[in-house]
Design a protein around this ligand. Structure first.
Ligand code: PRP
Ligand code: URA
Length: 209
């Protein structure tokens, strides 16, 4: 099955993206708004989740209803992916959470992994890889490589800002993976930052610069 590219077009997401793009927005508002966008995106990202029919005994009768058929695993790429987890798990409280620590070398822009821990259900679950920034795409590609090697079969990527270079890398290397973005920007600059982007997402989330 071939994956889709969805760039959200929703007034609330546009409004909140304007807030986090603004260089004057401080840590508290940045962190809260990233989480809120994660929650709004989760509603749409989960639209096609498989369901199964159940019968529920209501106080008045029997209702034919639907529940989620598969587990959901959210996998934030540390650090910045952590900023979207609360919002997503607010909508999917039963989701399990795996963690993948990856940093991008400032010079080579290559991803380096330093931590990995996943729930055992990833092989049969809907897996949402979460990282706000898709720049060269190296970090997200690495995460999908790792998850597939662990047996994950149904993977989507959820992020805030993408560059065309990153989108192409994921589509070329993992054409089965859905890509969900709140915005698709113009390009990368000479340091591998997304233009206009929002700067260094990890630093802005955690106040490290
Ligand atoms: C940032 C961002 C992505 C990566 C994107 O992480 O959160 O993981 O860069 O770049 P890429 O698409 O070119 O791989 P960073 O390496 O700065 O680590 P941090 O989240 O710990 O700050
Ligand atoms: N990582 C970020 O945090 N921002 C960018 O623009 C690119 C990579």
């Amino acid at each position: 099955m071939s994956g889709k590219l969805v760039v959200f077009n929703h007034p609330l997401i546009h409004h909140k993206m304007s807030l986090i793009r603004d260089e004057k927005t401080g840590t508290k508002d940045f962190r809260q708004t990233v989480s809120e966008i994660g929650m709004l995106m989760a509603y749409e990202v989960t639209r096609d989740l498989p369901t199964k029919k159940v019968e529920v005994k209501t106080p008045v009768g029997i209702a034919e209803s639907y529940i989620l058929k598969k587990g959901v695993v959210v996998v934030p790429i540390l650090r910045a992916g952590l900023g979207m987890v609360d919002g997503i798990t607010t909508l999917i409280p039963t989701a399990k959470v795996g963690h993948l620590g990856v940093y991008r070398d400032e010079v080579t822009l290559e991803p380096h992994e330093y931590y990995a821990k996943f729930p055992s259900i990833i092989t049969d679950a809907i897996v949402l890889v979460v990282d706000p920034m898709l720049a060269t795409g190296g970090s997200v590609k690495h995460a999908i490589d790792v998850l597939k090697a662990k047996g994950a079969k149904n993977i989507s990527y959820v992020g805030l800002v993408g560059a065309p270079e990153g989108v192409k890398k994921i589509q070329d290397s993992h054409p089965d993976v859905n890509i969900y973005l709140a915005a698709l920007d113009e390009r990368l600059n000479e340091k591998g930052y997304i233009v206009p982007g929002l700067g260094d997402c990890g630093d802005r989330l955690f106040g490290t610069k």
